[in-house]
Design a protein around this ligand. Structure first.
Ligand code: NAG
Ligand code: NAG
Ligand code: NAG
Ligand code: NAG
Ligand code: NAG
Length: 211
């Protein structure tokens, strides 16, 4: 029984193999001239289609300006008071995200982001040059130290804001960079402009909104 089991499956397997080889050689000989002709037509069609696609892309795909925003802001240190003069000092840790919707990379130069209180710059943070891959989002962490000066608090009525428990602030940055499309360099400047409220009692940022 066990001998029969070993022999019986082997015989059909061999014959199948042989007939497969024969069939393949016959088919190969018969189809060779026709196939190379079809191959040429297919290649030509493919080249035409690819050229058309490239042409359409060259016309339609325009360099897009990447989107820069603050994705989060955390309060690390905060001190404020009305004596001897109204003042507020703080350290904010923020995450800047650069979203590149282009099908090519975006490269940007060194720049700085600023924190504003009623239109006056109260703090700055450097943003180092870098690149964002095609259709990628890059996140960078920045730390901004904010110190209010005496003149600022007088001119901008800081004491009433401190008494209200809420400081309204803004953040701004300009990223100069370029995208490379089909061998040409296109300059693109991405602008970040965000508004937020600092809740003094909870020591947290509320209502963060970017353009
Ligand atoms: C904020 O910093 C300034 C300068 O360092 C200092 O004079 C002021 O007392 C500080 N204010 C608070 C509330 O800590
Ligand atoms: C960008 O900033 C970094 C560090 O701040 C500096 O080393 C580099 O030289 C700067 N690049 C340019 C092009 O200014
Ligand atoms: C400062 O705020 C107080 C209270 O909100 C207001 O009465 C006052 O007119 C403000 N002063 C200035 C210069 O804005
Ligand atoms: C693009 O930006 C680079 C670097 O900032 C600058 O040298 C170049 O003149 C700009 N090109 C155009 C067309 O604005
Ligand atoms: C500030 O935060 C506290 C605590 O989370 C909250 O109760 C209060 O309503 C907030 N203030 C405003 C103006 O939203």
């Amino acid at each position: 029984m066990s001998d029969g089991n070993q022999i019986v499956p082997l015989a059909p397997a061999n014959s199948y193999q042989r007939s497969d080889e024969e069939y393949a050689t016959i088919q190969h000989k018969a189809l060779r001239p026709k196939r190379s002709g079809k191959c040429f037509i297919y290649s030509l069609a493919l080249i035409v289609i690819l050229s058309a696609i490239i042409l359409v892309f060259a016309i339609i795909v325009k360099p897009r300006t990447p989107r820069v925003k603050l994705s989060s802001v955390a309060v690390e240190h905060l001190s404020y008071g009305n004596n001897p003069i109204p003042s507020s000092n703080m350290t904010l840790a923020a995450e800047v995200s650069v979203k590149n919707s282009n099908f090519v990379r975006f490269k940007f130069e060194n720049t700085s982001s600023s924190a504003l209180y009623k239109g006056m710059v109260v703090g700055e943070a450097k943003l180092r040059s870098g690149r964002v891959g095609a259709r990628k989002t890059r996140r960078m962490n920045i730390v901004v130290k904010i110190r209010s000066s005496g003149s600022l608090s007088e001119a901008k009525n800081l004491s009433s804001d401190i008494n209200s428990g809420m400081l309204k602030m803004n953040s701004y940055a300009k990223l100069k960079g370029d995208v490379r499309l089909f061998g040409t360099v296109k300059n693109r400047t991405a602008v970040m402009s965000c508004g937020m409220n600092l809740n003094l009692s909870s020591r947290s940022i509320q209502d963060l909104e970017c353009n």
